[in-house]
Write a protein that binds this ligand. Sequence first.
Ligand code: GLC
Length: 435
Amino acid sequence: MKTHLLALALLVGACLSLPVRAQSYTPTEENLKSRQEFRDARFGIFLHWGLYAMLATGEWTMTNNNLNYKEYAKLAGGFYPSKFNAAEWVAAIKASGAKYICFTSRHHEGFSMFDTKYSDYNVVDATPFKRDILKELADECHKQGIRLHLYYSHLDWYREDYPWGRTGRGTGRPDAKGNWPSYYQFMNNQLTELLTNYGPIGAIWFDGWWDQDQNSDFDWQLPGQYELIHKLQPACLVGNNHHQVPFEGEDIQIFERDLPGENKAGLSGQDISSLPLETCETMNGMWGYKITDQNYKSTKTLIHYLVKAAGKDANLLMNIGPQPDGCLPQVAVERLKEMGEWIKTYGETIYGTRGGCVAPHPWGVTTQKGDRLFVHILDLQDKALFLPLEGQKVKRAMDFASRQALKFKRVDGGIVLQLDEIPTEVDKVVELQLD
Ligand code: GLC
């Protein structure tokens, strides 16, 4: 009798779960096309800009220093980035070869960098600057033909209706429980504005899910939110920096400060999905502007990040923290320019490629476009390189930049490339023509 009941319960359970599965997310044609474009783009620039730029100690300063939310909000009254010029930003970013920009519409501090009806705590109503920074940036992106993505924080250290998470507890917000329905509605209202008033948006990049990871029954109600986004702009990709394998309704998988499959920064290690991948990194050591951090990565290091990401079939989203005066830091602009110079020659081996058939090695990575395999040699101490191309026929090998033919020998399990000298280039690219 008991077994019968159990069997019945299992059957009912299985039947009940069916409708849920039937409703599961099926991306639209536009969305799939947009994923493809995103994948092909390979390189984007992240911009972290908010009131925190004025304190010049990074975007977490509010909670790191337990700054009272009402005192912190007074920063808005002095926010006047007199040198802000969206056309210059976009031009500098485009010069790097980046194909998209991801801008912080509202970070954890809770300040909206756009004109919103749903809170006065925004760049138009609360600052003497009174300009809709996002609008200027969006118009310029559309004009100069670069895709715009929007970072949107799920958590908020300012609003009283956001239920307390594990961060931002010292900012003086009174009600630990908050008012979730009110906060959820607020976010969805803002997302509707973002996806209605600023033209086509390539992606919404969520962050902060992890703030409630110690609150086991917290429900972010993501499916409804994702559905809203896809309804408003079907081609808009949804990504969430939750450091988990993607949830239902997401279109890309995000990694923070580590390439897919690596976990040096301690935020990754999750399985790699079949969705388009993106990894974000800082150009110095901080996301938001930090006046004491001049420790910018060298152009070579930045190019290596980009190449290694592409070799892992992932995009690189490289961050810059604009200054409170509205300028991009000079060093960052120089790096952008130098990356762009490299990309002028080698862009073809990055854009529109997929991770190549030779997996990443300590010497470098491969990228691939059909039967063209690009071998990116980043660090090699020898004049020869074994490539495990078991079962693959190599028709030709040549230096990508000069188109000079290179010698190679077939050996057991692959080929050995013979180079004229030990490579000293930032990235020596060899193109193999596969059969
Ligand atoms: C982290 C931080 C945040 C930053 C983000 C970028 O999750 O909370 O400040 O915006 O990473 O990846």
